[in-house]
Design a protein around this ligand. Structure first.
Ligand code: ATP
Ligand code: MG
Length: 295
């Protein structure tokens, strides 16, 4: 079993993730707590424009989670910005709310992209962040960002989001291969909608209802198997030590078991998988990180 590692503190990464999850609030309903005093030093800000959720998280210089906001929105599809103004307005809302909570303006942010997305589309992501009022100097591939939190040396990180499955293969702590494909939680919801006659939005709600998930498992199992097949295809017969699943879709019970059956590789889902990628994006908003990718 791979242990979670966190580059800045190291001591209690699960505790860190659970603290992070507590400060990340669903916008606009969450009664988000404010800090008693504005934080000092540089802030590390991460923006994840996802197919399902747009997430903004703020860490202090040492990497302690300070605030986070997220909202379901269909402004990005599979890494492509499909509603530029919608994305900018949403991000401005999340930024305003986070600024009120921490008592300081957010002036810069790192952002992520699914590996394999064309360069022009990655630039569109930068433009969204900048139009929302933050300088965006750093862009990281999403599964690489997730590994900033996980710290896996040898293994595979798979980010199963709303629209895409992103894969990063790590050898000796370095990313040696990345890929992504358009399968994710949206397909789970479409399958549920098709089988039950519910609308997509109703199927989304049903899918996330814990008490319904065992009954829905037979419906979504083929999509889980497809995720497993995609991973196996990209591994091309190599046998990594482990697969770690992150992203919101990893929350559906049974994901790790099905992926393990299909790939034959030990698979696990860490606690709090949904915010690992946006938190990793924020961790990589660090002036001294050599992986900086300008432009
Ligand atoms: N408890 C849950 N059980 C099952 N699925 C869930 C749960 N919570 C969220 N999801 C699903 O997770 C997906 C969103 O995950 P995530 O935020 O990682 O995706 P995203 O970053 O927006 O998308 P992408 O990375 O593909 O662009 C949605 O399809 C959502 O329905
Ligand atoms: Mg994502």
């Amino acid at each position: 079993m791979t242990t979670l590692k966190w580059q800045t503190a190291g001591a209690d990464p699960e505790g860190w993730l659970s603290r992070a999850e507590k400060v990340i609030h669903l916008n606009p309903d969450g009664r988000a707590p404010s800090l008693t005093a504005p934080p000092e030093g540089n802030l590390r800000v991460g923006v994840d424009l996802g197919t399902a959720y747009t997430v903004l998280v703020v860490l202090d210089e040492a990497g302690n989670p300070l605030a986070g906001e997220y909202q379901f929105a269909q402004v990005v599809r599979d890494g492509l910005v499909v509603d530029f103004f919608g994305a900018v307005n949403l991000l401005k809302t999340l930024k305003d709310k986070a600024e009120r909570r921490i008592g300081r303006p957010l002036t810069r942010a790192a952002s992520g992209y699914p590996p394999g997305v064309p360069r022009a589309e990655v630039r569109a992501t930068t433009h969204v962040v900048e139009a929302a009022g933050m300088v965006c100097e750093r862009l990281v591939a999403e599964p690489e960002a997730a590994n900033q939190v996980l710290g896996i040396h040898n293994g595979v990180v798979v980010d199963v989001g709303g629209g895409t499955t992103g894969i990063a293969v790590l050898e000796n702590g370095k990313v040696v291969y990345t890929a992504d494909e358009a399968t994710g939680g949206t397909h789970f919801s479409l399958v549920i909608a098709g089988a039950t006659g519910l609308s997509f939005d109703q199927a989304e709600v049903l899918k996330k209802t814990t008490s319904e998930q065992a009954g829905l498992f037979p419906l979504v199992r083929p999509v889980m198997e497809k995720v497993g097949t995609i991973i196996a295809r990209h591994l091309r017969g190599s046998a990594p030590e482990s697969i770690t699943l992150v992203g919101g879709t990893a929350l559906f019970p049974g994901m790790a078991e099905v992926v393990q059956q299909v790939t034959g590789i030990p698979t696990r889902v860490p606690a709090h998988p949904m915010f690992i990628t946006p938190l990793g994006i924020a961790l990589s908003d660090n002036d001294t990180d050599p992986r900086r990718q300008d432009g």
